[in-house]
Design a protein around this ligand. Structure first.
Ligand code: MV4
Length: 662
């Protein structure tokens, strides 16, 4: 087995490959860009080398530098992951030329699958079912018209050099064909440098079912069941699962055997995926073959109990297939959700920012998190904004879905927008549970998947206020002031008639709260609605009883912004920081503390003459400042607290002798 390999990738897949390699006792070399200097995969590797600046073209795509680092580090093989150089024939060839093993298929196999028409020609000879249509080299428009007539309508024009949904055009009827062909060719020429088209019968409600295949260097091949990746958005997979719901065993076998034939037809070695369009009538047709380990491979691992990266390493090192076909068993059901930094409410625009708060579901036999980030990491513009893959497994699909919904609720991310709420609504949608799956799923169920926010704003504001008060006490306790009224964790409460003000901003609305601290709870008034709230805080979890309803929520605060997480929903608001100039009647002229707080400024000295209304000291609480002013002309006689002291509500802060008394 290899002693040392280099992972020519980043993010979750780099971490994932390192995990398996380390389990097999293989040393790992990571490569990184300047933007990934502190990335998780760099920390996990045994050694790491800087490739260059952040842009992929200057880092992860620099094949020459990667080969140089292999020589420098003594790495015997390279795992390319997916994306970047994973399907780059030049890179595979250059590695082989330098005596370094490419953990993937022969470059000839990658090349063979690079062209849709060439791939289809190979498949047709391997008796792999193809969508009826035309995929010849003759691109004479007159001939294409004849082929279109034969195919029937609706038909699909597909760019031979296209992929991932690019360069496709549906033609409903013959009268549209010429214009569609002209524009499709023009687009393909501009996008791929190749105007050639193939014609296919258009399947209106296909599912995307793909087979995981593995071949060893002796030409043996097996399939490890299938994955259903129909739930996509603009050709980006969103949720993948294995096995494909409702796929009859005989179709599984026929599809798997066709996929193995497809792989063997191109002398494939290693992990590969053969994608099929699965039609409503039970027919299936070759779509394309991916010559890399797919993002969604974990769902196959969970239902087969196999580590596909271990298979890749063993096969790349010359070993035979770890299992024969009749030894491969599938059990249960697995789902994968791709967690992205993106904004579903803004057309899924990629989001960037800092992962200021990151809490992941507990991992166990049912829940797996493949991620390349940790709390505090930046999600940058340079790379795919995937935060993690959340994979769940259970005995059957319904239970697996339930686990996914719960795991998504437990996946809490603060600091940038993510798609977790969308994913939870998708996994929890009845049509998804009913297996109403086809590639148009998301569009078809848009109303369900993008529900309006119906959160209880006032209730959430009251809970947030309780959180702020509890976290302030916890902070005081941690600050080591056991005598501070803030630090009494158990039943500390002031029996006060002073209703402390707090202003919270939610969206464009400002909400003035009034908080009365009672013996064992807060009385919180929000926009006229009254809440009896008792709460206890443990790290980010707030157990709260509000008007008799007990629940647990999680909260995260960054500066003045607080985000509340509950059942997959998020609620954010801002603590309004304002200078509170004694506007409340109870503090008018009073030289006592209007609430618990800290002294932030003592502006006078004992013996100093002061004028009525002059600010003497300033307190701070709940990010608000309160100025204590002279009630009359006079002389400061005593100052009882210094700057930085914590003071209790009602404590005498300063004394002023009025002039008439002097
Ligand atoms: C099709 C099709 C319907 N009929 N071919 C999309 C990307 C590329 N992999 C092939 N694709 C399709 N080819 C015929 N003859 C529908 C799609 C398609 C699709 C396929 C799989 C997963 C998601 C998809 C989303 C839109 C269209």
């Amino acid at each position: 087995m290899f002693n040392k390999i280099l992972i020519a990738n980043r993010g979750e897949i780099a971490c994932r490959v390192i995990q398996t390699a380390h389990r097999m006792g293989i040393k790992c070399v990571a490569v990184y860009s300047e933007a990934d200097r502190n990335a998780r995969h760099v920390a996990m590797a045994d050694e790491a080398f800087l490739l260059g600046p952040a842009p992929s073209s200057e880092s992860y795509l620099r094949a020459d530098k990667i080969i140089e680092i292999c020589k420098q580090s003594g790495a015997q093989a390279v795992h390319p992951g997916y994306g970047f150089l994973s399907e780059n024939t030049g890179f595979a060839e250059a590695l082989e030329a330098n005596g370094i093993t490419f953990i993937g298929p022969p470059s000839s196999a990658i090349a063979a699958m690079g062209s849709k028409s060439a791939a289809k020609e190979i498949m047709s000879h391997a008796s792999v079912p193809l969508v009826p249509g035309y995929h010849g080299d003759d691109q004479d428009p007159a001939l294409l018209r004849v082929e279109a007539e034969k195919c029937g309508f609706p038909l699909l024009l597909k760019a031979v050099a296209g992929g991932g949904g690019k360069g496709m055009r549906v033609v409903e009827q013959m009268s549209e064909f010429d214009e569609a062909l002209t524009s499709a060719c023009r687009e393909a020429k501009n996008a791929f440098g190749n105007p050639d088209m193939l014609i296919e019968k258009y399947l209106t409600q296909p599912r995307h079912v793909e087979i995981q295949v593995f071949c060893d260097q002796d030409g043996n091949g097996v399939y490890l069941a299938e994955r259903d990746c129909s739930v996509q958005r603009r050709h980006q997979k969103v949720i993948e699962e294995a096995p494909a719901p409702g796929l009859p065993d005989e179709i599984r076998v026929a599809m798997g055997e066709a996929a193995v034939r497809a792989a063997q037809a191109i002398d494939y070695v290693g992990a590969g995926t053969v994608e099929f369009l699965y039609d409503v009538d039970g027919s299936f047709y070759f779509m394309e073959m991916n010559t890399r380990l797919q993002v969604e491979h974990p769902v196959t691992e969970l239902i087969t109990g196999q580590d596909l990266v271990e298979w890749q390493l063993r096969i790349a090192h010359g070993e035979g297939l770890p299992l024969q076909q009749d030894q491969i068993r599938i059990s249960g059901h697995a789902l994968e959700a791709r967690i992205y930094a993106e904004d579903p409410d803004n057309d899924f625009l990629p989001a960037t920012g800092t992962l200021r708060y990151l809490r992941t579901p507990e991992e166990n036999a049912h829940v797996r998190v493949d991620t390349g980030v940790v709390e505090g990491d930046e999600v940058s513009v340079y790379y795919d904004p995937m935060i993690a893959k959340l994979i769940v497994w259970d005995d059957n699909r319904d239970r697996a879905i339930a686990r996914m919904v719960t795991a998504l609720e437990d996946y809490r991310i603060g600091g940038l927008k993510t798609n977790t709420r969308f994913l939870r609504h998708l996994a929890n949608a009845q049509p998804f549970k009913d297996e109403d799956l086809d590639t148009g799923f998301i569009e078809k169920h848009r109303e369900l998947l993008f529900p309006a926010n119906n959160i209880d704003t006032q209730r959430n504001l009251a809970i947030t206020a309780a959180y702020l008060l509890e976290s302030q006490k916890a902070a005081a306790f941690v600050a080591g002031d056991p005598y501070s009224p803030f630090s009494r964790q158990n039943s500390w409460r002031m029996n006060s008639q002073y209703a402390r003000p707090m202003t919270l901003i939610h969206g464009d609305d400002s909400h003035d709260l009034r908080i009365l601290e009672q013996q064992d709870h807060y009385q919180i008034s929000v926009d006229g609605a009254d809440y009896q709230v008792s709460a206890s805080l443990n790290d980010d979890a707030l157990q709260v009883m509000i008007n008799g309803h007990r629940l647990t929520v999680h909260l995260f605060q960054h500066n003045d912004s607080i985000t509340l997480f509950h059942e997959g929903e998020q609620f954010s608001c801002e603590l309004h920081c304002e200078r509170f100039d004694g506007g409340d009647e109870s503090s008018e002229g009073s030289l006592t503390a209007p609430m618990n707080g800290a002294m932030v400024a003592v502006l006078v000295e004992a013996g100093q003459k002061v004028a009525a209304g002059e600010t003497l000291v300033v307190m701070e609480a709940m990010k608000m400042e309160h100025s204590i002013k002279a009630p009359c002309d006079g002389t400061v006689s005593d100052i009882y607290f210094a700057e930085g002291d914590l003071v209790s509500e009602g404590a005498q802060l300063i004394a002023v002798t009025p002039d008439e008394e002097a």
